[in-house]
Ligand binder design. Structure first.
Ligand code: SF4
Ligand code: SF4
Length: 334
C-alpha cells in the first residue's frame, strides 16, 4: 500500500465511520417511526420496517446460525440478523477486525469518547499491564459463555422454540425500548462505561465486547495484515506508540494479533515510505491507499446484497403481526 499521509489516512476512515454511524442512526429513527405507528394504531405505517435494525441482535443471530447449521434453513423471522452476522464474520476472516474500526457504531463512539477524554484530561490513561491482560480476557470469557450456552448446549428443539416464540419476534422492539426507555440501572451502567471510555482507549471494545472477541479470533487467519519491511524500518517505534490496541508493531514482521482492528493508525504514523502497510500475503507491490477501505466496504455491501437477493433480508412478520405483538412486549421474557 502506498504510504498514507497522516491526513488522508485519518480522513478516509473518519468519513467511512461517520457515514456508517449516520446510516445506523437513520435505521434507528426509521424503526422508531415504524414501531410508533404500530403502537398508535395507525392502519398503515409511515415508513416500512428497516431490516438493518437486526444488526443489533447478535445473540439471536448466533441462535439463528446454529438453527441454520442443524436444519439447513434460515429462520424467516429475523433473517437479516444472520446475514449481517455472517457478513461481519466474513469481513474479519478476510480483512482483519476491520468491522470494529471502520464500521461498528459502538467503535466509532468509543473512539470519539477517548479523543474527547484526551481533550478534557490532556491525555488518555493506561491500565497496569498485568490488569490489562486480565481484563482483555473478559471478552473471551463472555464469548465462551455464549458459544457454550447457544452453539454447544442448546438442543435443536429449544432452538426452534426460541426462534418461533413471540419473544424473538419482538426482540427488535425490545432493543429499541432498551434505548428509548432506559432504566436507572441501564443509565448507570452506560454512564460508567462512557466515563471509562473517556479515560481509556476503546474500553468497551478492548475488554468487554464478546462480538469483537469473536471477530478478533476469526481475523487471525485474514490474508490482510499489517506488514513491516524490516530492511527499511529505522526502529523509531512511532507505529507502536500510536497503536490504539497497544501492539508492538515495530518488532513484528506481520501483525497477527486478534487485537489488531486494521485501523491503519500505525501506517499513518510511520515516517518511512512504504515500510509499513496493510497488505495481503500474496501481494508484494504497494497498493493504492483506497484499496483496504474499499475491500472493507465491498465485503459489507456484497454480504448484504447476497442476503437481499437470496430473499433472506426482510422479516416474515407483517405490520399486522407487529401491531398484535407490540402490546405484549413488556410481558414477554425468555
Ligand atoms: S497494529 Fe496498526 S492497524 Fe492494527 S490496531 Fe494497531 S494501529 Fe491499528
Ligand atoms: S514507525 Fe515505521 S520506521 Fe518506525 S518502527 Fe514503525 S515501521 Fe519502523
Amino acid at each position: 500500500m502506498a504510504q498514507l499521509s497522516a491526513k488522508s489516512g485519518r480522513t478516509i476512515r473518519t468519513i467511512v465511520q461517520w457515514c456508517f454511524l449516520l446510516w445506523v442512526i437513520g435505521i434507528g429513527i426509521r424503526f422508531g417511526m415504524f414501531v410508533n405507528a404500530a403502537e398508535s394504531g395507525a392502519s398503515v405505517p409511515v415508513v416500512s420496517r428497516p431490516p438493518g435494525v437486526e444488526g443489533f441482535l447478535p445473540i439471536g443471530a448466533l441462535t439463528s446460525l446454529k438453527y441454520w447449521l442443524v436444519s439447513g434453513k434460515i429462520h424467516p423471522i429475523h433473517p437479516a440478523s444472520l446475514v449481517i452476522f455472517l457478513t461481519v464474520l466474513l469481513m474479519s476472516l478476510l480483512a482483519k477486525k476491520s468491522f470494529c474500526s471502520w464500521l461498528c457504531p459502538v467503535g466509532t463512539l468509543s473512539e470519539g469518547a477517548h479523543k474527547l477524554g484526551r481533550l478534557l484530561f490532556g491525555r488518555n490513561f493506561s491500565i497496569w499491564p498485568w490488569l490489562d491482560v486480565v481484563l482483555r480476557g473478559v471478552k473471551y470469557l463472555l464469548l465462551l459463555l455464549f458459544v457454550k450456552l447457544i452453539l454447544l448446549d442448546m438442543p435443536a428443539d429449544t432452538l426452534s422454540g426460541f426462534l418461533d416464540a413471540p419473544y424473538w419476534a419482538v426482540s427488535d422492539v425490545k432493543m429499541l425500548h432498551f434505548f428509548t426507555s432506559m432504566s436507572i440501572t441501564t443509565v448507570t451502567v452506560l454512564a460508567i462505561l462512557t466515563f471509562l471510555s473517556l479515560l481509556y482507549k476503546n474500553f468497551w471494545c478492548r475488554y468487554l465486547c464478546p462480538y469483537g472477541a469473536l471477530l478478533g479470533l476469526a481475523s487471525i487467519i485474514s490474508p490482510f495484515k499489517i506488514r513491516r519491511d524490516t530492511s527499511g524500518c529505522t526502529g523509531c517505534r512511532r507505529c507502536t506508540a500510536a497503536c490504539p490496541s497497544g501492539l508492538a508493531v515495530h518488532s513484528s514482521t506481520a501483525v497477527s494479533s486478534p487485537e489488531c482492528t486494521g485501523c491503519l493508525t500505525c501506517v499513518v504514523h510511520c515516517p518511512e515510505h512504504n515500510i509499513l502497510a496493510m497488505q495481503p500475503f500474496f501481494w508484494k507491490r504497494p497498493l493504492p491507499v483506497l484499496v483496504f477501505p474499499a475491500v472493507v466496504v465491498l465485503i459489507f455491501m456484497v454480504g448484504i446484497g447476497v442476503g437481499m437477493f437470496s430473499g433472506h433480508w426482510h422479516s416474515s412478520l407483517s405490520y399486522a403481526d407487529y401491531q398484535r405483538l407490540i402490546p405484549l412486549e413488556p410481558y414477554l421474557s425468555h
